[in-house]
Design a protein. Structure first.
Length: 560
């Protein structure tokens, strides 16, 4: 307090120098920039060199994926270590003002500790309270005057940075040149260095066309490959089955330039590679799975409604089916099925099968039996793994058509019958059908012309007619309008129709017969002639009977 009173000074605070602070900050920035730049150059150069070594070793030794992964981890680890040590550490741990000031004083002895003192004087607690500050202010002023013309950043040497930068640029240029010179080989090696599945480039590049695939057990697999670059005359197929030794097969080149080999009746899955010249393909796998087949097929025939027949189960070996029926199938497969359909042999359409939601091995479907074309069916399936059925059994179907009714005229029995204008001509007929007769009609045509209009008379069948019938129709000639003239010819026949409303109806037709209108005298003469013929027939029968009796008596008389 006495010194302060003698000098008249009571202020103890000292203001820091903005000039000195800016110059020290400039030195710090250059120091950090040079250090980080040097570290970045070292890391970049080391990364390029180590990556190039890894690529060359992989090209030479064809490293597996795990080893390439280890080498990539090593390269990235070394690079990361260099970045942390020589780039991030200088950025995160920058030198303080005192360290920069000491470095400057070491390079500039003329400061004689003034610079470090000028930096420290303004800090709280350096000058004790009550102590005169004129000496500190004087020191700071002298230091500013001495430092003003100086470039403090010259104390940071850039020689090491320049060397590292030149070295890094040279390594980068050499790496780019080598990469471009290598072309496709360099691209592939770089992909492999970053764990791609690309093959090691060789003089011969192998392209496997078959690749990974799935086949059915017992199928034939055709392995196909192409050679790029140097194309050899032959190659090798290396097959490795689980639990068995590796087998090699020759690959021959076909007319299309492909290297092929067919493996027949394959029973188990295997891995394979293709070797062509110095090129080796990556490993591919052929998975062998059983194809879906049918374990059980149940058939049920649904007859058309008009037949009035109940549904019937049918055996696969006895599929003789009525046209118009429907055949329902219940199929049990050996594997879980995704989709399936019925292939109809002889027809162009397929019928889908419904997969049971609770049991994907159970399928149901049905199809109609047409009148012609269908000869059988087979079941085609696709299981949930994508495997199709193949060479499915074809089950034969014999289609039986619904036959048309059979009908014949029983009376009159002559091809041509003579009638008078007042006659009532009976028409007798018999008819039969597989199922049911529903309609009968008399068709006739008046006149000699074949183009005459055909007329129809519907017949009453009654209510008890089912499959067979005998009937008689009284045809009243005198009811014709206009009345028939003598000499008029009537051509007539019968038609009978069944109840087939699915593929029919079926219509049975008799032979055509004739009826001619004559006078009563002509009819009387006709009857007499027919009676004479009948009596003559009786006489012939009596004579034959007499001869028979005589012969019989001769045979049984005792011989004398």
């Amino acid at each position: 307090m006495i010194r302060a009173q003698q000098t008249g000074e009571t202020e103890t605070r000292v203001t820091s120098s903005a000039l000195l602070a800016e110059k020290i900050s400039a030195v710090r920035r250059k120091h950090v920039g040079v250090a980080a730049g040097t570290g970045a150059g070292m890391a970049a150069g080391a990364f390029i060199i180590l990556l190039a070594i890894a690529m060359l070793m992989d090209w030479w030794l064809d490293f597996p994926l795990w080893l390439r992964g280890a080498m990539l981890a090593f390269v990235l680890g070394v690079t990361a270590l260099l970045v942390w040590r020589f780039v991030l550490t200088p950025l995160f741990h920058q030198p303080d003002d005192d360290a920069i000031a000491l470095r400057i004083e070491k390079a500039r002895p003329e400061f004689r500790s003034r610079l470090i003192s000028s930096i420290q004087f303004p800090r709280p607690g350096v000058i004790a309270p009550g102590t005169a500050t004129s000496l500190a202010r004087m020191t700071i002023a002298e230091t500013e005057a001495l430092a003003a013309p100086m470039n403090f950043t010259e104390v940071i040497s850039t020689k090491e940075f320049s060397k590292v930068l030149a070295w890094s640029i040279a390594v980068l240029a050499l790496g780019i040149f080598s990469f471009m010179y290598g072309g496709a080989v360099s691209h592939d090696l770089l992909k492999r260095a970053f764990l791609s599945s690309t093959l090691v480039p060789r003089h011969t590049r192998v392209e496997v066309l078959t690749g990974d695939t799935r086949i059915g057990r017992g199928d034939t697999i055709r392995i196909e490959a192409l050679a790029r670059g140097v194309v050899p005359k032959a190659g090798k197929l290396v097959v490795k089955m689980s639990g068995q030794r590796t087998q090699e097969y020759a690959l021959d080149k076909d007319n299309e330039g492909k290297f092929v080999r067919a493996l027949e009746n394959v029973q188990q899955s295997f891995d394979y590679t293709v070797r062509l010249n110095d090129g080796v393909s990556r490993s591919h796998r052929v998975e062998v799975v059983p194809r879906p087949t049918t374990a059980l097929i149940e058939c049920q025939q649904t007859f058309p409604a008009y037949t009035r027949l109940p549904n019937a189960k049918r055996a696969l070996g006895d599929l003789t089916l009525l046209a118009g029926s429907r055949l329902s199938l219940t199929v049990v497969a050996t594997r879980d099925i995704k989709q399936a359909f019925i292939r109809l042999t002889g027809l162009s359409n397929d019928v889908p099968l419904q997969v049971d939601a609770k049991n994907p091995r159970e399928l149901r479907g049905e199809f109609a039996i047409p009148t012609k074309g269908l000869t059988g069916f087979s079941i085609e399936m696709l299981d949930t793994s994508g495997m199709e059925s193949r060479d499915s059994a074809v089950y034969r179907i014999d289609v039986v058509p619904d036959r048309a009714p059979k009908v014949r005229i029983t009376y009159p029995d002559r091809r041509e019958e003579l009638v008078t204008r007042q006659a009532v001509q009976p028409i007798g007929f018999e008819a039969a059908d597989d199922f049911r007769i529903v309609q009968a009609r008399l068709r006739y045509r008046v006149g000699e012309s074949e183009d005459a209009e055909v007329q129809t008379v519907e017949m009453e069948l009654g209510t008890n007619v089912v499959r067979e019938m005998k009937n008689r129709y009284e045809w009243i000639v005198r009811d014709f309008q206009p009345p028939l003239l003598e000499g008029t010819r009537i051509e007539f026949w019968l038609e009978v129709q069944d109840n087939n409303d699915v593929t029919g109806p079926g219509v049975g037709v008799t032979e055509h017969q004739l009826m001619r209108v004559v006078s009563e005298n002509e009819k009387r003469a006709d009857l007499l002639n027919r009676a004479g013929d009948f009596l003559g027939t009786i006489g012939d029968v009596a004579g034959d009977q007499e001869k028979l009796n005589f012969t019989l008596g001769t045979l049984i008389s005792p011989k004398r």
